[in-house]
Design a protein around this ligand. Structure first.
Ligand SMILES: [Ca+2]
Ligand SMILES: [Ca+2]
Length: 177
């Protein structure tokens, strides 16, 4: 596994542990889903409920696949298994990526504006400077928009164990680097 992939996974683990107790649990996903729903309060109901379903499936998959000691939580050691066998999570990550990207496009034109992108990514917990660096790396149009599919593909790449030098690396660490 690439060092970059490990850094990306560490960051996501720290964000998914919303209540900061060192383990990912059902409660963390509920908190995260609430924050994202608030950031997307003006989205259509179907897009919002699709996002909620995606969060629920995400947790169900993590808990079924990674909670090796069956204590109801996924600690960091357990979590790293997701990058060692990414094929077990393909479908879940794809569903999550598509639901999140769709939330970013409330008017359904297939494009996501920077402010909308930033609001959702900040709700997940990423830093604004890193979010802007990521958005720039996606190559926004003159109107400062990116295609929904570019974002969804970026999320899938983020979890790929063998990728480095991808836009998602901008989310890790110092955005100025
Ligand atoms: Ca937690
Ligand atoms: Ca566990």
């Amino acid at each position: 596994m690439r060092a970059e992939a490990i850094s990306r996974v560490k960051l996501v683990f720290s964000l998914l542990d919303v209540n900061g107790n060192g383990r990912i649990e059902a409660e963390d996903f509920e908190l995260m889903a609430q924050r994202v729903a608030e950031a997307a309060h003006d989205s259509a109901e179907p897009a919002k409920s699709a996002m909620n379903d995606a969060f629920r499936r995400y947790w169900a998959t993590l808990s079924a696949e990674l909670d090796a000691d069956r204590d109801g939580g996924v600690d960091f050691d357990e979590y790293t298994a997701c990058v060692l066998s990414p094929e077990r999570f393909d479908e879940t990550v794809t569903g999550f990526a598509e639901a999140l990207a769709a939330l970013g496009d409330p008017d359904g034109d297939g494009l996501v504006e920077r402010d909308r992108f930033a609001a959702l990514m900040e709700a997940i917990g990423f830093e604004r400077a890193n979010i802007d660096a990521l958005f720039d790396a996606f190559g926004p149009s003159d109107a400062d928009r990116i295609p929904v599919v570019t974002w969804a593909d970026g999320i899938k790449d983020y979890y790929a164990p063998d990728k480095a030098g991808i836009p998602g690396d901008h989310l890790v660490g110092d955005a100025a680097a």
